[in-house]
Design a protein around this ligand. Sequence first.
Ligand code: SF4
Ligand code: SF4
Length: 337
Amino acid sequence: MTDRYISKESLGTLITTVNKSGGRFVAPVLDARQVVYKEVASIEPVVDDYILPRNSYKEVAFPQTEVIYKYELNRAGVTIDPVEIEARETIVFGARPCEAASLASLNSVFTWDFIDETYTKREERVVVLSVGCINADDECFCTTVNLSPKSTTGSDVALYETDNGYIATPITDKGKAFVKTYSASFADTPKGEKRKELIDPEKIEGVDLTKLGETLAKTENYDNPKWAELTRKCCGCGACTYSCPTCHCFDITDEGTAFEGERRKNWDACQFDHFTLHASGHNPRDTQYKRYRNRFMCKFHIYPTKFNSTGCVGCGRCIRVCPVRLDITELMEAMSK
Ligand code: SF4
Ligand code: SF4
């Protein structure tokens, strides 16, 4: 399929059409002076002057909290009522190419030894319309993890800004089908409409992913005093994990009484001290550096070796939100040596 064009006006029509057909349209909007992904019903709140929304759009397929089933204990026994998974067509507009690559990482976890349908059923209905970056900030480091504003991994349709709209390159079959279904919103590119130049963020010189992987693979480095030294200021707030597009930990809790209630799946974070706390009271990750080490190992050792994918897409969110300015790239550099 050849490139198509969507004007800003037609984008507005597309948003209305998707909503009218029962779908969700998620886009970057200004909320309490921050740009965040939110459901929109019209183009008015949508912004285009942003680096990266504060939250990750992983929550469209992996909600912060959800009921898996309801239970009731009565004289006859236990009754379990499964909850239907709401899997509406969901269009994510304005994803940055780094973040688009993250769904592949989440897919590898949620389909690894068990197909988690609470995730897969929603993810199958997500269409990602990425927008190539024309700006970056000091926290962006996609090129250091072998991605770039030109990357199309995870994008169903890659959009490139022009003066009055976007040039749309369908990438996946899902993206092609989307453009076909909503063909009324797409047109031939008008004369004079040219892609704005994409930014090319500089690679961090001291980071070498191969060496980093080798360092993490050596068990003798597991107790390297550098871990504690470099992560001492981490206060375990979990903001990095909640905002990270590839962090996927969750917990299951029963809420209600012993006789009736609901079982919920909730986001959790390996940065919390109770995350690995055993019923016996023993905690294998009993200090904060061990918890940070776990998150770091997950990104740069477990994901690449177990799933052949990256656990970090270089979006920089964890650096932006960290209250103590713990910068993951400093560890990447130190562990590359
Ligand atoms: S670890 Fe940090 S930079 Fe990497 S994907 Fe997660 S939030 Fe983005
Ligand atoms: S955001 Fe910063 S302080 Fe909070 S858990 Fe993550 S690294 Fe630690």
